[in-house]
Design a protein around this ligand. Sequence first.
Ligand code: NAD
Ligand code: TYD
Length: 358
Amino acid sequence: MTILVTGGAGFIGSNFVLDWLVGGDEPVVNLDKLTYASNLNNLACLQGDPRHHFVAGDIGDSALVASVLRKHRVRAVLNFAAESHVDRSIAGPAAFIETNVVGTFRLLEAVRAYWSDLDEGERAVFRFLHVSTDEVYGSLPPYAPAFDEQHRYEPNSPYSASKASSDHLVRAWHHTYGLPVLTTNCSNNYGPFHFPEKLIPLVIHNALAGKPLPVYGDGRQVRDWLYVLDHCSAIRRVLEAGKPGETYNVGGWNEMANIDVVHTLCAILDELRPRPDGAPYAAQISFVKDRPGHDRRYAIDAGKIERELGWRPVETFETGIRKTVAWYLAHQDWVREVTSGAYRDWVAQQYAGGRPGI
Ligand code: NAD
Ligand code: TYD
């Protein structure tokens, strides 16, 4: 038995692959296009490990996907591959439509062809698990109940609209063709290997570099934060016990305003790596122009996955964020490597004159 992970050189995908192989010996084929967001060094410890087969390629390359599925007799596909950064989707949405919508469509078609040819027993246990986001539900008013699986889709950014489209395709491939699909909609992840274009690693990186900590608008936007390894365990649980055709919301029961996240990071850094001048890192906070169309609040009701599959996160925000800061402090080489080159061009464009977005 083998699973196919797409996007397994990115943030969540690489955490998932590493965690999967800690938990067992079932091989993983890892198909990744190696975009700017990927980093094969995340998987360096798997070099020479026969349980990990890396394939450089696009989920939209139907012939490649078909041959990988057949060659490895894949029993489940986990689709992490995506363009994932909201600000980049505002600056240039085309890649999001290409990978998240067209790529998912092509992947579904290649998987459907392969699945149709399996014998009856293999077809029955086969799974296609689509990793998606809470952002498809849009923005919540301050005291509205958290998103459950029945919440209507109201995506507001090119990123969330492209993920919503892919969720609809996955749903339709189940309803129309019977493909045994599972969808997870998860809140904001944080943890090791998080690319420093996203809020938490960006703040840690800028703080240590003595640079401004950019907070969009008033910083009162609310997100639910989940430690990445808790997301990985939720995906494993859904793969193992989820009901085909169902969707499961995954979250950390942990809503926080961005400005409070930034202050928490500053306080941990003050303790673990005080500034040479003794001043608090919070002095570097800089409020910048808001993201266009910025969603005010996301919140996840993760009750269904707990009731039906017995999953709950292990980490609290307090324990997870400490581990995360400690990881970044211990892996400054990793940060240096990923923040060279093209990363610098992005930061120069995105934060020029304190103006995020276009
Ligand atoms: P990421 O941007 O860090 O990694 C994405 C990976 O996909 C990269 O390695 C990239 O090279 C690869 N990729 C991109 N286009 C591809 C293509 N056409 N074919 C093959 N590979 C391709 O993203 P992430 O944060 O790890 O997110 C993984 C998945 O989880 C995404 O689907 C995202 O929408 C979803 N998600 C992310 C979060 C979060 O907080 N990061 C939360 C919920 C859901
Ligand atoms: P981000 O990590 O980009 O994730 P998402 O937009 O998918 O939720 O951003 C998390 C929150 O932090 C979001 O409300 C935007 C905000 N943010 C800032 O305030 N400053 C920044 O420099 C970045 C990258 C994000």
